[in-house]
Design a protein around this ligand. Structure first.
Ligand code: ACO
Length: 318
């Protein structure tokens, strides 16, 4: 599998740490030192669909393709504008494609899960080209009175177009079915038959527990996937990690004994955009000219599930 093009889109509104102090008992100093985050983009009057469509169109344009050139659309989202129909179906119509389209929810690891599914589909010959779009509106899911979660997240969308052409791709995924440290329960509906339904909640996260999980799993996953791909850690040119928190990125980098310049990061200006984090970052470094043909990339993400996903791929574009 190889990546043919990338795209991303962000809401217009920039939320600063200073603005958060107007309604939360927090400070710019606390947020910066604990997370590295300074600003993030927030949905206001935009829809997630609009962001996803923009990212998808840019990825297609970057690949020199049109919507009719893709055979399958995979969207990764924790929750789209509608629970049903899927974000992928609405996006498919909006961009003018006529192929199958479906959502997946791998939480923050969704991009790696989607790439792995795309790889399998392409290898099986069931599609020639696929569009993967990650679009996340975490600002709609957090509790804006909970300072330990709402300061961490941002909204945005990232997309890639992939095909089955020659290119290194190897993934390693995990999932452990543990809802305790990170969860969100939906509207339970009003079934007269439901007994003690779990009430709707906002995103709950046990920060210290997730921090430990993220550092240990991301480090282990990267070691595993790089070795399984037949490479050494030093042979990787770019490590793209889920942009959850600068302290997590620094801790993983230190454990892998790799230089800072191999770990591009946009968490300071984007916050944690869940599964859209890595494809937004990928698009930013692609457009900045930081990727060169033959470069080896290692990606790693972790999130609710608890899921983790890591993959190694080669950059095949000039
Ligand atoms: N401003 C000021 N104080 C705060 C804030 C805030 N925004 N948030 C929490 N605090 C307080 C807490 O109330 C606590 O106060 P107390 O000691 O009086 O009880 C104190 O700061 C320490 O709280 P901790 O949660 O122990 O703080 P910690 O040092 O662990 O940092 C953080 C919290 C940044 C959330 C950290 O645990 C972390 O990075 N965890 C990983 C979370 C993450 O990245 N998740 C994303 C991956 S999963 C996904 O993407 C969905």
């Amino acid at each position: 599998m190889r990546i043919l093009g990338t795209g991303s889109a962000l809401p217009v509104y920039t939320l600063t740490n200073e603005r958060l102090t107007e309604f939360l008992d927090t400070s710019d100093e606390w947020i910066r030192t604990r997370t590295g985050i300074q600003t993030r983009q927030m949905l206001t009057d935009e829809t997630l669909l609009e962001l996803g469509v923009k990212a998808a169109r840019l990825a297609l344009e970057n690949a020199g393709l049109e919507a009719g050139d893709v055979d399958y659309i995979l969207c990764s989202t924790v929750q789209g504008d509608t629970v049903t129909p899927s974000l992928a179906c609405l996006l498919q119509k909006e961009i003018g494609a006529a192929c199958p389209a479906v959502d997946i929810n791998g939480a923050c690891a969704g991009f790696i899960y989607a790439l792995d599914l795309a790889d399998a589909y392409l290898r099986a010959g069931k599609a020639g080209r696929m569009l993967v779009v990650c679009a996340e509106g975490m600002s709609r899911l957090v509790d804006w009175t909970d300072r330990s979660t709402c300061v961490l997240f941002g909204d945005g969308a990232g997309a890639v177009v992939v095909d089955g052409g020659e290119g290194l791709f190897h993934a390693h995924l995990t999932s452990d079915g543990n809802a305790v440290p990170l969860n969100l329960y939906p509207n339970p509906g009003n079934s007269p038959f439901a007994i003690n339904p779990k009430p709707m909640t906002s995103l709950y996260m046990d920060g210290p527990e997730i921090y430990r999980f993220a550092v240990s799993h991301s480090t282990a996953d990267l070691r595993t996937v790089v070795e399984e791909a037949g490479l050494a850690l030093d042979e990787i040119d770019h490590y793209l990690l889920h942009q959850a928190n600068k302290r997590i990125l620094d801790a993983v980098r230190a454990r892998l004994k790799q230089p800072e310049e191999k770990f591009p990061s946009n968490v300071y200006k984007r916050g944690n955009c869940s599964s859209a984090s890595i494809p937004i970052l990928l698009d930013e470094i692609n457009r900045a000219g930081e990727l060169h043909k033959g470069d080896k990339l290692a990606l790693s993400a972790f999130g609710a599930g608890l899921t983790t996903g890591a993959c190694v791929l080669s950059w095949t574009r000039d």
